[in-house]
Design a protein around this ligand. Structure first.
Ligand code: HEM
Length: 506
């Protein structure tokens, strides 16, 4: 009885797919054959966790607009960015993002800055947090980064003395995780001390992100899958619950031990939690306990993998391009000889180093921390993009990995690591590249933590490039292994470290 029923439903679904494909107003847009009829083709590619390679190939084969699924289109055209993500446009995030949230009935009032889809609701939700990520707050977070950089360089010195190769991607994530812990709650989680995935929190973030990437293709099934997989002791929902209870635990520990009722003199120097608890005390109805949870959870879930990957990308490009490593060291030495570089480089000092800035931008261009499309939905009335009309409800998106390789923006050598492209005197070209450099997103949903991560990146890269030499473990290929599950992560990137000159200055 069940089998004929399932076969019947499958048949109906197939017929519906074929009819929809035949009558779609977008049927002339090219793409893989199966993508016309079903989302399964795209899903099957995503779960291989290296879609970025095929994504570039698809655009080479089919042109600037490609169908990825019956109602999903991808763009590799400089003209597409502005209509989709430009300020003032009404495109909302697609429902794909909802699979990154705990669904009802498991949630009380679950929303997150990252996954809210409606632009107006999102603007209200984001506003109370922006000043915590502002430039003035940023400078006050510098001692936290320095504290972790001190421990990180100590670890590197130990590995150098032991002649031991290490998984550098993992250690850079440990650094990013401990920094975000300090900035958020004034506590280092201890990743740098132990070098291991404490309480499997990194694994939980990875598992729940992989779940979101896959299940987001069928967002209506998310509550059912979530419920079903919750029955497994180590299923992805347990990861999501785990992250949430980890964050809540940190908040509770903080509340019970550290919170001071009086506002401290120097507001900017406080951690996120201190600032947020004060805000909550002043106005508990507008700034609720859930607001505190949301910001702390965002920092932990969005701020460790991303920054760790960016640091790996920069260091790996430098290791693979000795000429660029030498040029950066020259800049560091020049700055130092002018007395403009502290032992613990400051954010301001590293911002005044143009070659460093160029290296950072170029590495993150070629290997962005996120390498899947930022999906949006065409609003009421439809929109013309790249000369083609898309009706309301169509899912459209640009993948930064693809955008960062468009030759009409970056030139014939788009695939090459050439930091000098950012030092061009051609202002128009520079402005074009800056507009299309989108590793932190684009428009109103741009990364809230961008400055925090740049603070970490600039300070740490200057310091470790000055104090250490790096080489791939013998026998390793220059092309590292990666997994792309939204976070585009290096896997087991083995590097040997040695101390330069007299060793770390601090
Ligand atoms: C190199 C490091 C980072 C990269 C490349 C990065 C990238 C991104 C991207 C691409 C988005 C937008 C995604 C979309 O449109 O779908 C985003 C959003 C976000 N990021 Fe980051 N991120 C980084 C670090 C951080 C850090 C350190 C934090 C927190 C301290 C953070 C917090 C957030 C939040 C809260 C959002 C949601 C913003 C919104 O929708 O209004 N990120 N990030």
């Amino acid at each position: 009885m069940i089998i004929p029923l399932l076969l019947g439903l499958g048949g109906l679904w197939l017929v519906w797919g074929i009819i929809s494909a035949l009558f779609s107003p977008l049927r002339s847009i090219p793409g893989p054959f199966l993508s016309r009829f079903t989302d399964i083709w795209y899903l099957s590619r995503l779960v291989r966790f290296n879609f970025q390679i095929e994504h570039v190939e698809l655009h080479r084969k089919y042109g600037p607009i490609v169908r990825l699924a019956p109602n999903r289109y991808s763009f590799a055209d400089p003209e597409a960015l502005k209509p989709i993500y430009g300020h003032g446009t009404d495109f909302r995030k697609s429902e794909w993002y909802s699979a990154f949230n705990v669904p009802h009935p498991y949630s009380l009032e679950r929303w997150s800055i990252f996954s809210t889809t409606d632009p107006k609701i999102h603007a209200q939700q984001r506003k109370p947090f922006t000043n915590m990520y502002s430039m003035s707050s940023l400078i006050s977070y510098e001692p936290y980064v320095d504290e972790c950089a001190d421990i990180f360089t100590q670890r590197l010195s130990e590995f150098a003395r032991a002649g031991q190769a290490i998984d550098m991607g993992h250690w850079l994530q440990c650094f990013a995780f401990d920094v975000i812990g300090l900035i958020t709650s004034g506590e280092r989680y201890g990743f740098l001390d132990r070098g291991e995935d404490i309480r499997n929190i990194m694994g939980a973030i990875e598992g729940s992100t992989k779940y979101g990437v896959a299940v987001g293709i069928y967002p209506r099934l998310h509550p059912y899958f979530f419920k079903l997989l919750s029955l497994l002791p180590k299923g992805p929902p347990s990861g999501i619950h785990y992250i949430n209870s980890f964050v809540q635990g940190k908040i509770d520990e903080f509340k019970n031990g550290h919170i001071t009722p009086a506002k401290q003199e120097d507001d900017a120097a406080q951690t996120f939690l201190v600032k947020m608890f004060h805000r909550h005390q002043e106005n508990p109805k507008e700034f609720t306990k859930y607001h505190i949870f949301v910001a702390a959870a965002s920092n932990i879930a969005a701020g460790s993998d991303t920054t760790g990957i960016a640091l790996s990308s920069i260091l790996s490009h430098l290791v693979n391009h000795p000429r660029c490593m030498a040029a950066l060291r020259q800049e560091i030495e020049n700055t130092q000889s002018l007395g403009l570089l502290s032992a613990r480089p400051t954010f301001k000092e590293s911002q005044d180093m143009p070659y460093l800035q160029a290296v950072i931008k170029e590495a993150i261009r070629l290997h962005p921390s996120i390498a899947l499309p930022y999906e949006r939905i065409v609003p009421e009335g439809g929109v013309t993009i790249c000369g083609r009309f898309f009706p309301a409800g169509t899912i459209v998106g640009i993948n930064p990995y693809v955008e960062h390789r468009i030759k009409s923006i970056w030139g014939e050598d788009a695939e090459e690591f050439r930091p000098e492209r950012w030092l061009t005197p051609d202002k128009e070209q520079l402005s074009l590249m800056n507009r299309h450099w989108i590793p932190f997103g684009s428009g109103s949903r741009t990364c809230l933590g961008k400055n925090v991560s740049l603070l970490e990146i600039q300070k740490l890269i200057t310091r470790i490039v000055r104090d250490f030499d790096f080489e791939l473990k013998e026998g390793s290929s220059k092309t590292w292994k990666t997994e792309n599950f939204w976070f585009f992560k290096p896997k087991d990137w083995q590097v040997r470290v040695s101390i330069r000159g007299k060793g770390p200055v601090v």
